[in-house]
Design a protein around this ligand. Structure first.
Ligand code: PDD
Length: 286
């Protein structure tokens, strides 16, 4: 089956899909994106992702190219045309195509929209979660606005690549004071001695993960105590449990940080339970 991409108004086979060389996402990483989970053909947490997308656009002063409803139609159509039942959908909006110049182009330049969808195996994800993953820690060298979901991801790419080269699955980024900010493409959590969930407050220093928000609601519903505070690498290595969250990996237990096994070196019960219950709290769109 030919895969189809949405590019600036057209649904095209991959081989025919292209973006202009002066699209500002190429020269300046001047664009934003969202990644949503697709499960059993349903978009997960669409409204939260759309809220965040609108915020990212506002922060970068990119005019929304169309209504939320119209974007929703593109997401659904891209999922449908690629026959994705379980997987993800990626939406990118850049400031558009204009002669290379640092200043914003004029109002005649309209934003570029790209949407793609691809399958991901639910079984493979569950198997990874059953074993748990290793993470490494690495200095956070990003700019000071990682709360904006921009396509400027080079530090994240380098961090994830280093993790893979060291046999781990994710890198936890560490600020100059020794506190974990978040993962290269996920939010970071630990469970302390008192069985409290700890995660960094979603200020300007991290991305306010949609999965993170759902887990906070779920923890409240389950009567689990939650503390939003920064934690150090040492706190994490001493923790009962550690895990990460993202739209593409849900809740993923962490069993090793650098050279330290976490807890008994097996996926923890909080992470396992929150993963099991995640979709009872998430929003399923039609
Ligand atoms: N990344 N932090 C960063 C830096 C991320 O890139 C992501 C998601 C998250 C988790 O956010 P959410 O729960 O909304 O997915 C946190 C996506 C999955 C990606 O870039 O592919």
């Amino acid at each position: 089956m030919a895969r189809i991409i949405f590019v600036n108004g057209s649904y095209l086979p991959y081989a025919d899909a292209s973006i202009h060389v002066e699209d500002r996402s190429l020269q300046f990483a001047d664009g934003v994106y969202e990644v949503c989970e697709v499960r059993a053909g349903h978009l997960i947490d669409e409204s939260r992702h759309m809220d965040r997308l609108e915020r990212s656009l506002r922060e970068l002063r990119i005019a929304p190219p169309m209504s939320r409803k119209a974007l929703g139609r593109i997401l659904r159509e891209t999922i449908r045309r690629n026959r994705v039942s379980d997987g993800l959908v990626y939406l990118q909006i850049s400031r558009g195509i204009a002669r290379r110049d640092f200043i914003f182009p004029g109002p005649e330049t309209s934003p570029s929209v790209i949407c793609l969808a691809r399958r991901a195996s639910r079984k493979a994800g569950d198997e990874t979660a059953q074993h748990g993953i290793s993470v490494i820690t690495i200095p956070d060298i990003r700019w000071q606005r990682p709360d904006i979901k921009s396509v400027a991801l080079l530090p994240n790419v380098l961090a994830r690549q280093t993790a893979i080269e060291k046999g781990a699955k994710e890198a936890w980024l560490v600020d100059k004071d020794g506190f974990v900010t978040e993962g290269a493409a996920s939010n970071a959590w630990i469970v302390d001695e008192q069985d409290r969930l700890i995660t960094r407050p979603a200020d300007f220093g991290i991305l306010r993960g949609v999965t993170r928000g759902v887990i906070i609601e779920l923890a409240k519903r389950q009567g689990i105590e939650l503390v939003e505070r920064a934690f150090t690498v040492e706190d994490a290595k001493r923790a009962r449990e550690a895990f990460l969250t993202s739209a593409t990996s849900n809740v993923l237990p962490i069993v090793r940080i650098d050279d330290a096994p976490i807890g008994d070196g097996k996926p923890g019960r909080f992470a396992t339970e929150l993963r099991r219950l995640f979709h009872t709290q998430a929003e399923f769109a039609d």
